[in-house]
Design a protein around this ligand. Structure first.
Ligand code: SF4
Length: 300
């Protein structure tokens, strides 16, 4: 085990935000008044992803009703319910020329349907305007209400992603209002309806090696297709403390383990986040080729 220190190991050094494609992505996000999880979650990959012309759009506002101890997104009472948002997301995806887009949201436990209807409207608007684009959704657990999950699924996203985030023992302290079995039931439900499913966990929260192995076996037994594993980074001193820096060799070990357990695609590495290189992870299922930034630079 590598003991944590305040200094990040070299393998976690990220590319600095810069360049014309990065600036074009930033302008597009601002002009379309979009929220992105890249900014709200202080993602270290923003320089690389935005320079590739990709961003993960976050719908339903930027204030979350949940207070997960690992997450940088602001917690509070959301005020946003913006009926123009689905069209703006669809427009931004078109201007970026994306062939694979990732959409996520804050948890909206304050809304009767958990925000499922806005989710469905966003997927439909984006598909209508971008028929060639594969749509990956990274959704909250909708408190386990499968009718709300069905509202999202009925809009036919190409990839259905819901992160279990960590091992079973650490769910309560780290995810607070979420539950391991509930997240798994949401994933199993999407799978039972024939969708390509995806989930992710972070290492470095205090989990043991046995617990990681069990989690990967659980995820495989749910017939999940795609898995991401990445290093947890503490967003502020008030958040859950980093227990350790998992080295690249450990990520390679778990990738092999998960593939042998039955996962179809595993993206595993210190810098991996669930939307990191999402187009490449899902190419096997969507058949969509990698993106390029030509359209983005031409359209902005
Ligand atoms: S990994 Fe995901 S959240 Fe992070 S910058 Fe890339 S697209 Fe945004």
């Amino acid at each position: 085990m590598t003991p944590p220190s305040t200094r990040k190991p070299d393998w976690l050094r990220a590319k600095l935000p810069n360049g014309p494609a990065y600036q074009a992505t930033r302008r597009l996000v601002e002009e379309n008044k979009l929220h992105t999880v890249c900014q709200s979650a202080q993602c270290p990959n923003i320089g690389e992803c935005w320079s590739r012309g990709t961003a993960t759009v976050m719908i339903l506002g930027n204030i979350c009703t949940r207070s997960c101890n690992f997450c940088a997104i602001q917690t509070g009472r959301p005020t946003e319910f913006d009926l123009g948002e689905p069209a703006r997301v669809a427009d931004a995806v078109a201007k970026m020329g994306l062939r694979h887009c990732v959409i996520t949201s804050v948890a909206r436990d304050d809304l009767k349907d958990g925000g499922a209807s806005v989710w469905a409207a966003t997927i439909r608007a984006t598909k209508y305007k971008n028929p060639q684009c594969a749509i990956e959704v990274l959704v909250p657990d909708f408190k386990g209400h499968l009718d709300q999950v069905d509202t999202v699924l009925d809009a036919k996203p190409d990839i259905f992603n819901h992160n279990v985030e960590t091992v079973e023992r650490l769910q309560r302290p780290v995810r607070v209002q979420a539950r391991y079995d509930r997240s798994r039931s949401v994933l199993r439900h999407a799978k039972s309806r024939g969708f390509v499913t995806k989930t992710g966990i972070m290492l470095g929260l205090g989990e043991t090696q046995d617990e990681i192995a069990q989690t990967l076996r659980d995820i495989a037994s749910d017939k999940t297709d795609i898995l991401t594993l990445g290093q947890y980074l503490q967003p502020t001193p008030q958040h859950w403390k980093i227990d350790r820096w998992a080295p690249p060799e450990e990520f390679a070990h778990w990738k092999k383990f998960a593939l042998e357990a039955g996962l179809g695609v595993v993206e595993s590495g210190p810098m991996v986040r669930s939307s990191y290189h999402a187009d490449e992870q899902s190419q096997k299922y969507t058949g969509v080729e990698h993106l390029n930034t030509t359209n983005l630079l031409a359209n902005v």
